[in-house]
Design a protein around this ligand. Sequence first.
Ligand SMILES: C[S@@+](CC[C@H](N)C(=O)[O-])C[C@H]1O[C@@H](n2cnc3c(N)ncnc32)[C@H](O)[C@@H]1O
Length: 281
Amino acid sequence: MERSLGRAAGCRKRISFHADAGGETHAPLADIPIICDLGAFLGGSTVSLADGLVAAGHQGDLIHSYDFFRATRRVWEEYMGESGRPWPETGDMMSVVFEMLQDYDQLITFYPGDVMKSPVPDGPIEICFVDISKTAEINDHIIANYFTKLIPGKSIVIQQDYFHFSPLWDIVTMEVLKDYFTPIGYTEEFSALFLYTRELDAEAIERAHSRNFTRDQFVSNIKTASRHWPYAKQKADLYLALQAADVTNVTDKAWEIAKKTMNAGLPDLDPAAMYAALDAE
Ligand SMILES: C[S@@+](CC[C@H](N)C(=O)[O-])C[C@H]1O[C@@H](n2cnc3c(N)ncnc32)[C@H](O)[C@@H]1O
């Protein structure tokens, strides 16, 4: 629900406030392809996307950046300690992010608040960077509300947590949706890239919903997903995901899955054991 228009401290962009999200959102969007930066934290992913747009000569309100934009003192010290800046006592990072990204502010709209309550851009989404699916519910929300705005044959989804053994639903849902997404790349740490090939329909969205998954389906989808990824590091990451599915409740929150899996002890990354486990029927 829109409540009023305003301008956040340090922000040169006109923004509106969204009561449900408890944060600020932007005015209606033009019908041009945009980039969604889902899980921006202090703007690390945002600045990379903005750099790319600038290098390619693009202008306009193209990046839509979502996060709580909050940090505890501990997290601030970890990531910003070297800067020597004091932690903003309220924990609100918005003015810090505005300041750090001020050179790009004509390109970016920020949506501070819970992504589950923040408005979804109207326009078609050409690049969807996902580093926010820390719960299965958020993943369901992203699929139903953001993936349905992708452009078949053109849009790219970057699943930033795919090769990490905590948000296991990333692997599983991309596998369930394999008729709609083709793997096209990866980064050495964590990310998998997919081309959106075919328009999602209601039946596919329902099939990918976490309420429909059992642990056995998690396990079998992690195994079949491993066929797309030939390299040893990828196999090792997916083997760890199998381990996580074994020792956790697969729809726990991502950080709980990571913690429980570590507490259970990570397995040796013996290639023979890894391949045997991933290839087993
Ligand atoms: C790993 S960080 C993102 C890092 C960032 N992409 C980068 O490259 O520096 C994940 C982010 O997801 C955000 N997040 C998790 N759940 C969220 C939610 N429900 N609504 C908004 N943001 C959320 C957290 O606040 C956190 O900043």
